[in-house]
Design a protein around this ligand. Sequence first.
Ligand SMILES: Nc1nc2c(ncn2[C@@H]2O[C@H](COP(=O)(O)OP(=O)(O)O)[C@@H](O)[C@H]2O)c(=O)[nH]1
Ligand SMILES: [Mg+2]
Length: 448
Amino acid sequence: MYDTICAISTALGVGAISIIRVSGSEAIPAVAKLFDGKNLEEAASHTIHYGHIVSDGEVIDEVLVSVLKAPRTYTKEDIVEINAHGGIATTKKILETLIANGIRLAEPGEFTKRAFLNGRIDLSQAEAVNSLIKSHTDLERKLALNGISGKISKKINKVRQIIVELLANIEVNIDFPEYEDALEITLENLPPKLNEIKGELESLLEESKIGKIIENGIRVAIVGRPNVGKSSILNALLKENKAIVTDIAGTTRDIVEGQIELKGVSLKFIDTAGIRKTDDVVEKIGVDKSLEMLSDADLVILVLNNNEKLTSDDEELLEKVKEKTHIIFINKSDLPNKLAINESEVVKGNTIDLDGLDSLKDKIIELFDLERISNSNLEVVSTARETGLIKEALNSINNAINNVSESLPVDMIAIDIKKAWDLLGEITGEAYQDELLDTLFSQFCLGK
Ligand SMILES: Nc1nc2c(ncn2[C@@H]2O[C@H](COP(=O)(O)OP(=O)(O)O)[C@@H](O)[C@H]2O)c(=O)[nH]1
Ligand SMILES: [Mg+2]
């Protein structure tokens, strides 16, 4: 059905082994022509063979070749995988030889795209494959694996099933009014059914917050006036000297970042330049950048100095962080207290004897409910595409509910219900547009 494609499936660099993957009806004969071992065209499926890749009489490498025949393969097509010595030169040479022999270089994600188009996995599962490859934390890995196994698709399909049964009933009422066994859908019995669907969608969205946090991690901006100890706090949290610490105000001018895991969730800390009113052009750029980081962050840690009176810069910052999820950290608790503020929720500590840093982490765990996240079964929607579609479906169901209260005819109300059904179908790829596939798979690695 499709042409035969090839790509390097392992990362291109110095390593023990590289795998060059070929998929399509020409995969086996094409590699057989270049292989001096067993005649691959006669090899049984799911077998592996020792030999050399030879081109124009020249041995290119000593290899192991796997033969995987359709349909029990990743793409549901014939697949040949050449296990070559790693490194750039050999790997590229084998790929070039395949291309010279008429096999087309695959596009990013094209193998997985074929797995989808040939019906082996749905779109939600395909997306999870990409998430798995890109995962950094163990929770991300588990979340993605649940997606690949189809557990998320199953949840979506369950809601679609409820919707389609309702739609079928409405259709029967309209098309066969004389058919008396079918439950008549009326403005009276529609609301409970619509509310059931609404509830299912809302709980998918609620759970997806867990998925979003695991996939994206939490961006934490550490902000405050110069010299309050922001960089010292970053270093203490990361347990390394990443940011430069001096007693000269304005030392941090660029953004310094570092990542740790808390309850399995990735926290990205961003140390920022001290925020204060300044006429220095360069410092001003740093300050503006800090303000930008403050507004983009999922969490803001505002650092104050225990050893100084509150300044007008501090007061402005206290006002600014109110719009954000934030923690106030009063640093330099080892020095005499001169600071007076009437905020109830603060964490106090210092970076000299690392006091208060555990309380700071506990506060983050509490604010983002990380305990619940790390104990979740991780069978949740996580990608922005899927979440967006569920939100749209929920809007349609809410429209339908409004239309019931305005006593619109049932067949009019059915239009929105059908729309929700279609939107959920886009998640699994029941319905899709070519551009969607192009954008989605272009985010994949080459060779996957
Ligand atoms: N006594 C005391 N000094 C600190 C503490 N944290 C940082 N400092 C000092 O305060 C100065 C400014 O620290 P730095 O981390 O560069 O502050 P930043 O400008 O907010 O990034 C440095 O001399 C640090 O050694 C602390 O908890 N106690
Ligand atoms: Mg600093």
